[in-house]
Design a protein around this ligand. Structure first.
Ligand code: FES
Length: 270
């Protein structure tokens, strides 16, 4: 695991993506991080809530002259304060935190990625990592309620992913939810239905995807969007039920911020 850093970073820009989704761009230096790892963010001054908020890295250029971006959906006063802060505002950043997506095991098919909402964020670093090793464009399925909820595609590196979109109301892409899209693509042979699935998004979506994978005997990794207070294992605010086996032997509960947020779906007792 890479060392956690705590630092102040200058806010470079806030970019509106639509539907109250925003990209926060912060000045480095940043440590390298794995797709799925996250940071706790808060404003150094004028922070309207008690606790910082967790965000997966969207993009990351490590090093002294680097930067990091985060995908933020406004859901309350903390996220609102972050996106309304003017450029130059100091932002307190703690990270990288948690367990990210592991590299695919040698000889296994390239994973299929399934995202909903701000659950899209971890797959940009994943796309960059797979592009660096010469993998084919990753199959990336992205679902939302309406076309307005499908945001952030322009942040991704060209040619690194093969997009498949779905909307519940049919206003963009496949008409249905993202699991129905996955089943349709797999049935048509347009994605590999035996390949592992990586999933991040709202809990009901991840539950449904994980259940589908379990029934098919298909490996599935999920990145949980759990409420967090500290982000590094001291508050127990992010406990999730797990099965007492494997790397989590001896536990009935795990901390999403330390043992996750990326879990093998079979580890979770949900
Ligand atoms: Fe505090 Fe996980 S958020 S222990």
């Amino acid at each position: 695991m890479r060392p956690m850093q705590v630092g102040m970073h200058r806010l470079l820009a806030v970019e509106a993506l639509g539907a109250d989704n925003w990209v926060l761009r912060l000045e480095g230096p940043f440590e390298a991080a794995l797709p799925g790892q996250f940071c706790m963010l808060s404003l150094a001054e004028g922070w309207p809530v008690l606790l910082p908020r967790p965000f997966s890295y969207l993009d990351l250029e490590p090093g002294a002259r680097g930067l990091a971006t985060f995908l933020v959906k406004v859901v309350g006063p903390g996220t609102r304060a972050l996106v309304e802060a003017p450029p130059g505002t100091p932002v307190r950043v703690t990270g990288p935190l948690g367990r990210g997506f592991p590299e695919p095991a040698a000889g296994t098919p390239e994973p299929v990625c399934i995202a909903g909402g701000v659950g899209l964020a971890p797959f940009l670093l994943w796309a960059r990592a797979r592009q660096r090793v010469g993998a084919a464009p990753l199959p990336l399925l992205y679902g939302g309620a309406t076309a307005a909820a499908i945001v952030g595609q322009d942040q991704f590196p060209a040619g690194a992913q093969d997009w498949h979109l779905s909307t519940d109301d049919g206003s963009l892409g496949f008409h249905g939810n993202v699991l129905e899209l996955y089943r349709s693509l797999a049935a048509a042979g347009r994605v590999d239905g035996r390949a592992p699935v990586l999933c991040c998004g709202p809990d009901p979506m991840m539950h449904a995807v994980a259940r589908d994978c379990a029934e098919a005997g298909r490996p599935c990794l999920v990145s949980l969007e759990t409420w967090m207070a500290c982000g590094y294992g001291v508050c127990n605010g992010c406990s999730v039920g797990v099965h007492d086996r494997g790397r989590l032997a001896g536990r009935r509960w795990a901390k999403a911020c330390v043992h996750g947020p990326v879990f093998d779906a079979a580890e979770l007792d949900w």
